[in-house]
Ligand binder design. Sequence first.
Ligand code: NAP
Length: 272
Amino acid sequence: MPSSHARLLDRRALVTGGSRGIGRAVVERFAAEGATVAINYASHEKEARKALEAARAASRDAGHGEKPHLIARADLSDLQAVEAMLKAVVEALGRLDIVVNNAGIQQELPGDSPDPKGLEHVLGVNLVGAVHCSQLAIRHFLSREGGGVIINTSSVHQIIPKPGFLGYSLSKGGLANLTRTLALEFADRGIRVNAVAPGAILTDMNDSWRNDPKQRAAVERHIPMGRAGTPEEVATVFAFLASEDASYITGQTIFACGGLTLYGDFKQNWST
Ligand code: NAP
């Protein structure tokens, strides 16, 4: 990575769900840009340790030397665990400048099948955990000089309905309002809050189709760019929003989706 991309020198970041997929790519990108990163995970410690090694290598390879990256276990749906994690991370890193609310799960929840526990679980991880983490981070940002940055991992399903996945749709719609509400509340206190909304990205979350050529082609047919995205392509957007390059941007969602939100089915004239 060229040194002109070292935009996060001496920044300290927490990435929830940083052990795999998009979160892990964000961890590596932040490390390559000079940040020290706390990598949150819920249950797969082996993957978290691999992400830690990858972060250390990214720092070294980019010429930033040895950085005290760390892993931090906490289930985002357990608010006490989230609070304990934030406290431990701030103690370990000395301060926190950037929080990425990325941890997320996708579970089926048909619109005609009430499942309060399932709904509570998806909203607990994807939305309530992110709300709690954001509030604790903002309290920390306000307790010292320098402001801070929050970035939420939303989804194209922030605006495109996802039938059969009611909890997921609700959680991503909620993240849109979390982003805009906090951005407005703290815009004049040096705190920027934005979101990245990925489309179809090649991660474990999409194991149902990503390794099956036929199913993958069926998914990619809907994407105007004709292909799924990589976690690295999405991570660059997080790095931009976390950096001073985005110093005048708050309350926005950037869609990294290969054009999915352009409603490709309407490319050909259909109504006249
Ligand atoms: P992934 O590969 O399945 O990784 C999920 C990450 O979240 C893992 O690090 C996992 O840690 C962590 N996690 C899961 N449940 C957690 C919990 N209860 N508490 C804390 N961490 C938890 O997923 P991904 O595709 O990278 O997705 C990351 C984010 O991007 C999600 O918010 C997702 O909704 C969003 N997104 C993804 C896509 C896509 O196409 N992949 C598209 C749009 C939006 P463990 O390994 O320890 O469980």
